[in-house]
Design a protein around this ligand. Structure first.
Ligand code: BDR
Ligand code: CA
Length: 309
């Protein structure tokens, strides 16, 4: 089987952690590296979390430190969801290895080396990728596609208009959405349309070990998270974005023109999706609007139960 080479650009983060577990256990992927970006917590914290997670998983995938601050705006973090550490109440052993530096060069070099095959799964603010595009304008010729967890057609979560990853660095998102690279947008329209209930989390595993206990702990922390419009579910936003590459029938949508609002007082960071093609502008992203719920629940079980072995 030809594996899809991916870089996971993340800010772990509870749902990022679930995406990391799934990415590293999926034989369809050749994970070239995790690059980190400040988002859910500061860069040092999310990088430490990424290192701790790969070590408990037992992977030697490179962890590469990225941007500590957004391009222009002042920093916002999401401790109110992901806790002081970024992994809420989960306590993991101190990491033994260190991260590499320079995510921008890592992204560019990996893309060039893979001659157009690299897929980037971006589940944090888009700062690293924007820097890479601005410094290496030819990056777009080398990247196959970017799957973005971010935005939403109907609603935001951190403001009524904006979703957290885009709001945390709207200027970076603008660079990425205007880059000409093939984009898939997995926004709140789909990531909040379904989730895992407490009962579902508690019945996910039939056998327990250190890894399944960690996954269960994270998912229960997520069930207990509160936010606008939240049901008592674990919303695994980032893992849903990753899984679009594993299941063709998981999400449906269509090509749209998407603008990133960077000026509006109330709308800063909104993904403006031209659903009816009003402006007749080039369609720059495949925007997902619906989730196949049966597939979603089956996929989560299939991918996480691997850790029972
Ligand atoms: C996104 O924001 C972060 O808090 C999550 O990790 C996810 O990437 C959801 O809005
Ligand atoms: Ca994230």
């Amino acid at each position: 089987m030809l594996k899809t080479p991916i870089i996971l650009d993340c800010d772990p983060g509870l749902d990022d952690a679930i995406a990391i577990f799934i990415a590293l256990a999926s034989s369809e992927f050749d994970v070239k590296g995790l690059v980190t970006v400040a988002g859910n917590q500061t860069l040092d914290k999310v990088t430490r979390n990424a290192l701790q997670l790969v070590e408990v998983i037992g992977s030697d995938v490179p962890v590469v430190k990225g941007a500590a601050l957004p391009l222009v705006r002042e920093q916002v973090t999401a401790g109110y969801v992901h806790g002081e550490s970024g992994l809420k109440t989960l306590v993991l052993p101190e990491p033994k290895r260190a991260s590499q530096n320079n995510a921008i060069q890592f992204i560019y070099d990996t893309a060039v080396k893979l001659k157009g095959e690299l897929v980037i799964v971006a589940v944090g603010p888009l700062t690293n990728i924007a820097h890479a595009i601005l410094i290496h304008p030819d990056l777009k010729e080398h990247v196959k596609k970017i799957v973005i967890m971010g935005g939403g057609h109907h609603n935001g979560n951190i403001t009524p208009a904006a979703e957290f990853n885009i709001f945390a660095d709207p200027e970076a998102a603008k660079v990425v959405f205007e880059s000409g690279i093939d984009l898939v947008m997995v926004g709140l329209d789909v990531t909040m349309a379904d989730g895992l209930s407490k009962d579902e989390v508690l019945s996910l595993f039939t056998k327990h070990n250190d890894k399944t206990k960690i996954i269960e702990h994270i998912l229960l922390d997520m069930v207990n998270s509160e936010g606008p419009g939240y049901k008592p579910w674990a919303y695994i936003h980032d893992a849903m974005a990753l899984m679009v590459l594993l299941y063709d029938d998981l999400l449906s949508g269509r090509m749209c023109h998407v603008d990133i609002e960077t000026k509006g007082d109330r709308t800063y960071g909104k993904t403006v999706v031209d659903y009816y093609d009003t402006h007749k502008l080039p369609k720059n992203a495949f925007v997902t609007f619906e989730v196949n719920r049966e597939r979603f629940h089956q996929a989560i079980q299939e991918r996480l139960r691997v850790y029972e072995q």
